[in-house]
Design a protein around this ligand. Structure first.
Ligand code: SDX
Length: 425
């Protein structure tokens, strides 16, 4: 017996039965609800998509009330403890943990694409040294698409695999080469004898052993795992929206990177550090909390559209911070962060709104202690999230339910009116 939702329209007293599938209705089934037959039919009005499932996906599962996060069914805690960034990337993109041979092939395929066209470095050289790293990265990812025109053949699975390998391999290179440019340092070529996280840190800080400590390399790999995917977040939705019109994946990743840049999304890790720096000391926290309650400022790194409990990643990042600080020495802003968190978790204003630390609350403190410049914090988020975006993109292309994304609107503007010449206005 199929499950149905029975709706009675009080305007016409007509009754409608809408199929319930997986506990939901298809929004398009609302279109049959009309007053007059020549109408377009009913839509669901859902600004910011707070209650809209845009797709069916098996990549990532989040339970916001329980604070659960799983990649392809595996709990994030287990992956952070036992896996590696490239193994998790393969899991997200292909759906299963790879065998030894599959993992070796994957790692080698990525290393095979571990260089960027020389002209990209000329483009990097044209950026002012003061350019924000995310503005540069967004541009450089799109620029990469011009060197791989064959990547537009998104119906060619071999081509898509090459694009996926190129993006996972080259986004960190774009980031590191841009950083070296801003520091007036020569580019460090990728070293394929190194694992992914170590190679990135080496391209950034070669020769500075303090920044290449094995515990920092391990922490970086864990950070990339924790940031790898998060179901239909703002930037993943952009990756799917842009991907639905079928451009090359480099351009779609550039669009997703632009979405992540915003301070309400991935840009929050940079905004948290700005906030902690402006608070300046523990004694200023009560005054800051009052400003938050008056809605004059936001408590950056707190709150989440889905998590109404502690973000499981924030818990892990707090532990990772201890490992990093044991090498780098603690970050003076950590005391402010810990006190801010303690107060926020005890105050009704935050508890009543289910505001808990999210992934961005601690990550910035860790990145700063590792010597990463503030405007590159969200670049690190981008490096971690690129495999997740590509997993979502690959799933979109294979989903027969999907076509070009084109929402409708509730029109609130003028009805038809006649043009008036400028002298008569
Ligand atoms: C990420 O979606 C994802 O999965 C994202 C992400 C991922 O991995 O991809 O998890 C990564 O983007 C994490 C979020 C990082 N952003 C921040 O830390 C910025 C600060 N947080 C807020 O801007 C906010 O919490 C959002 C944007 C994260 C979520 O916003 P919502 O779901 O739209 O919540 P809301 O704005 O409707 O807030 C509900 C209430 C409001 O108060 P009332 O109107 O009910 O009185 O909570 C308040 C808000 O004013 N509120 C905050 C707050 N966040 C929400 N008040 C103070 N400080 C905050 N941070």
């Amino acid at each position: 017996m199929s499950e149905v939702l029975t709706i009675t329209d009080s305007r016409t007293n007509k009754e409608y039965k809408l199929d319930i599938q997986d506990g939901n209705i298809r929004a398009k089934d609302l279109r049959q609800i009309k007053v007059n037959e020549d109408e377009f039919g009913m839509m669901s009005y859902d600004p910011s998509f707070e209650n809209t499932a845009s797709c069916k996906s098996s990549v990532t599962y989040i339970d916001g009330d329980q604070g659960i996060l799983r990649y392809r069914g595996y709990p994030i805690e287990q992956l952070a403890e036992s896996s590696s960034q490239l193994e998790v990337s393969k899991l997200l993109i292909d759906g299963e943990l790879p065998s030894n041979d599959e993992l070796s092939k994957w790692v080698n395929d990525i290393k095979e694409h571990n260089s960027v066209p020389n002209e990209i470095n000329d483009i990097i050289g044209a950026f002012p040294k003061s350019a924000h790293a995310m503005g540069a990265l967004t541009s450089l990812e799109a620029a990469l698409s011009t060197f791989y025109p064959e990547s537009k053949n998104i119906t060619d699975e071999d081509e898509n695999y090459r694009s996926i390998c190129r993006l996972i391999a080259q986004v960190p290179i774009l980031a590191a080469n841009f950083y070296r440019h801003t520091q007036g340092l020569p580019i460090v070529e990728p070293d394929n004898s190194m694992d992914y996280a170590e190679n990135f840190l080496n391209m950034m800080f070669k020769g500075d052993d303090n920044k290449m400590h094995p515990d920092l390399v391990s922490a970086m790999d864990t950070l990339l795992i924790l940031h790898a995917d998060h179901e239909q977040n703002c930037s993943a939705s952009v990756m799917r929206n842009v991907g639905s019109s079928e451009p090359d994946p480099f351009s779609a990743v550039s669009a997703a990177t632009a979405a992540l840049y915003g301070p309400l999304h991935g840009g929050a890790n940079e905004a948290v550090l700005q906030m902690l720096t402006e608070i300046g000391s523990v004694k200023n926290i009560p005054n800051f909390i009052e400003q938050v309650k008056k809605k004059e400022v936001k408590l950056m790194g707190f709150g989440h559209r889905v998590y109404k409990a502690y973000d499981p990643r924030a818990k892990y990042l707090k532990e990772a911070a201890d490992k990093v600080f044991s090498v780098t020495g603690t970050n003076p802003l950590l005391d402010i962060a810990l006190e801010l968190e303690a107060i926020a978790l005890s105050e009704d204003y935050f508890k009543g709104r289910n505001l808990y630390p999210n992934v961005d609350f601690y990550s910035g403190l860790i990145y700063e202690s590792m010597g990463i410049p503030k405007d590159m914090f969200t670049v690190l988020f981008t490096i971690g999230r690129t495999p997740g975006w590509l997993a979502q993109w690959k799933e979109l292309l294979a989903d027969k339910d999907q076509k070009i994304a084109r929402p409708r609107q509730v029109y609130t503007g003028y009805d038809s009116r006649d043009y008036v010449g400028v002298n008569n206005r």
